[in-house]
Design a binder for this molecule. Structure first.
Ligand code: MN
Length: 692
């Protein structure tokens, strides 16, 4: 080891010892030496030894006061990628945690983002998060990216742009999402510097040129506030905060105004010292009152993020006031008011935790912060605040997955989504005609549950139609509603057709001439818009043909008499044309197999037909074997008869004739709380045939 690196080691150690009293220096030293050896001979583009990068990353992590495991993993973060060292070896040398963290950083490093679409960037960020099992992986990645950004000038201009763009689109917003405002603005500023070098230089110069004036003006605002706060005995400090160049530029572009018009070039922040007062929250509002009494507030700019924190946990009061001076020369000054605790969270977000390792866990502010963290980060097991980060082996966004299309685009789907969901997410036509899926190049069933990172290709056929059973295998509302719509539409056509057949038959029977009837008028009398809708309703069984005929011939002679006893029984048993439930679907055309005449209580199966909607058979019907040749047409159905009520069952009994046969049968039946509605029995050759 060179003397320079020995000196660097001493610096790093000091930095960590500052907040980590019981530091395991042996562990740290071993990692330091290991990484040095592994990267020996490798150079950065700057000409520095590669190991410099590892040390710098570790230093950034130490500045954030992260735990030793994170810092050691930071030292080692590139050894798997660049030095032929396996994660196995790392596990043996440094334990499972370090191996997992380095492995995670290596995996993320392999993902490259190149899309120009903002929505893709959002998904890419989420995919990164969903792929890491330990949030510290992200923290190391931030440090890695931050150091790489500070040495970006040594790369080719083309590479500079690509990396800067990725930093701006993926990593800066990710830091924002995790509440790490400090990290976010550092990354954003560096990205801006390389993406818009000319604008950056120009703005930098202008900010510098106007600095003195601005600072003088700010002092005129700060001075009376400071005096008033002192008088009110509110322990606090005021900082004036220069706006970052990237945010100035952003405002110029978004509001389309020149540099001079960006009033909040600088702003002030008043931080109430919550360690010196117990009611720091109320004090924030008191401060707000004081500021507003000294300077005129600009109402539109007031925001209360204390009462209504931002999703990433940010809390603060925002206001803007007109500063001193003649009316025309008054400038707007942005003011933020928050407690020390809120400030820490605002600057460091998730990272703010480590600061509390020393054990100030009774702090109620911290408890609130943990509550937030649990919400944002997902379910963290109940644990002491001290070791929350040790146990940070959770997944963020664990209700979403991200998969690739064959073109490499990213799609976001809910957890549990299947290839069918994917097909519908790509395009309804693909969903309606999909026959199979290739997941990562391998054929899988359409019901395959996708995982984050899967690459999915859908196979289609123009002849394929949705299977109503798919409803059970989809997670997205898009797929579900599209399948339902298709079913509705296709059943509608079939219902119209069937309704027409029924109508024609009945007309013939009743000697009604079709041309004498204005069917549209009849339809409207039933509150349908047109005859098609009426026919569909007849086909579905929702409107009985008899009521239609009665409407045409009020003094109808029609009375259906020719129904057999059995048919009448079946009709009564089922109660109505419905009586059967098909998973998630209503208003389907349901028919019952004529071959087996199922009634409630029978075990049943549904088959999708082209002309008769869903035909329900008894599951022991002898025709089922033929129907099962088309398993895709099979659909699960169940009886939908009121369970509290009794329903009819038809029993066929065959027995040897003997004394008390009828009495024994009726006794057995009544013991099951069953009521016999009708019974018919005859004896032939000593055999009893009975229908009950
Ligand atoms: Mn690196």
């Amino acid at each position: 080891m060179t003397p320079e690196f020995q000196k660097e080691y001493a610096k790093l150690k000091r930095k960590i010892k500052h907040y980590h009293e019981k530091l395991d220096t042996k562990f740290l030293g071993k990692a330091y030496q290991f990484s040095f050896n592994a990267h020996e001979g490798q150079l950065r583009k700057s000409g520095d030894p590669y190991f410099v990068h590892c040390v710098e990353v570790a230093k950034i992590l130490a500045e954030h006061r992260f735990d030793l495991t994170t810092i050691v993993s930071g030292l080692l973060h590139d050894v798997v990628e660049d030095c032929d060292i396996s994660t196995h070896e790392l596990r043996d040398e440094f334990g499972a945690d370090v191996a997992t963290l380095v492995d995670g950083v290596t995996k993320i490093g392999g993902l490259k983002f190149a899309s120009k679409l903002e929505s893709d960037a959002e998904n890419f960020r989420k995919m990164i998060i969903s792929m890491v099992k330990d949030i510290r992986v992200i923290l190391i990645k931030f440090a890695d990216r931050l150091h790489n950004m500070t040495t970006l000038q040594y790369l080719s201009p083309k590479k500079q742009k690509v990396i800067a763009q990725e930093t701006k689109d993926v990593y800066a917003p990710l830091a924002d999402r995790l509440g790490m405002a400090n990290m976010k603005s550092q990354l954003e500023e560096l990205a801006f510097k390389f993406l818009e070098p000319d604008v950056y230089r120009d703005l930098d110069g202008r900010v510098e040129d106007t600095r003195e004036d601005r600072e003088r003006y700010i002092r005129r605002v700060v001075k009376p506030i400071r005096r008033a706060l002192l008088e009110a005995r509110i322990p606090s400090r005021i900082e004036s905060r220069p706006k970052s160049l990237s945010s100035i530029y952003h405002k110029m572009v978004v509001r389309n105004v020149p540099f001079e018009k960006i009033y909040d070039l600088s702003a002030i922040r008043i931080i109430v010292d919550d360690e010196k007062c117990s009611n720091s929250l109320e004090q924030c509002y008191r401060v707000l009152g004081i500021v507003h009494s000294l300077f005129d507030p600009f109402q539109e700019k007031f925001r209360d993020y204390i009462a209504k924190p931002r999703q990433n946990g940010y809390r603060s009061l925002h206001t803007a006031v007109f500063g001193p001076g003649p009316t025309r020369g008054r400038k707007l000054v942005e003011v933020q008011i928050r407690t020390k605790e809120m400030h820490k969270v605002a600057e460091e977000g998730i990272a703010a935790h480590w600061k509390y390792k020393a054990g100030k866990s009774k702090d109620s502010e911290l408890d609130k912060y943990l509550v937030w963290l649990r919400q944002v980060v997902g379910s963290i097991t109940e644990s002491e605040p001290d070791d929350v980060l040790e146990r940070f082996k959770i997944q963020l966004f664990n209700d979403e997955i991200f998969v690739f299309t064959p073109k490499g685009d990213l799609l976001k789907l809910p957890l549990g989504a299947t290839a069918i969901d994917f097909a519908f997410a790509v395009h309804s036509d693909i969903g309606l005609h999909c026959i199979g899926a290739k997941i990562n190049g391998k054929m899988e069933s359409l019901r395959y549950q996708l995982k984050s990172g899967d690459s999915v290709e859908i196979l289609t056929s123009p002849n394929q139609k949705p299977n109503p059973d798919w409803i059970k295998s989809v997670k997205t509302s898009k797929a579900r509603s599209r399948i339902k719509r298709w079913l509705r539409e296709s059943f509608y056509e079939q219902s119209v057709h069937l309704g027409e057949e029924i109508l024609n038959k009945q007309f013939k029977k009743e000697h009604i001439k079709k041309e004498d009837v204005d069917l549209d008028e009849i339809a409207q009398s039933f509150s349908f818009q047109n005859s098609q809708q009426l026919l569909a309703s007849i086909g579905r069984g929702a409107t009985s043909i008899q009521t239609v005929v009665n409407r045409i011939v009020p003094e109808s002679r029609s009375e259906v008499k020719d129904k057999s006893i059995l048919q009448r029984f079946i009709k009564r048993a089922r109660g109505s044309a419905k009586g059967v439930r098909v998973q998630g679907l209503d208003n389907l055309m349901i028919n019952f197999g004529r071959c087996c005449q199922p009634v409630p209580g029978d075990s049943i199966l549904g088959f999708i037909t082209t002309g008769r909607g869903i035909v329900v058979h008894r599951s022991d019907c002898k025709n089922i074997i033929n129907l099962l040749e088309n398993p895709d047409r099979k659909i699960d159905v169940e009886w939908d008869v009121d369970r509290d009520k009794h329903f009819m069952v038809r029993l066929q009994l065959l027995g040897g004739d003997r004394k008390h046969f009828l009495r024994d049968v009726s006794e057995s039946i009544s013991q099951t709380d069953t009521n016999i509605v009708s019974i018919d029995m005859k004896v032939e050759d000593s055999v009893v045939y009975s229908n009950i």
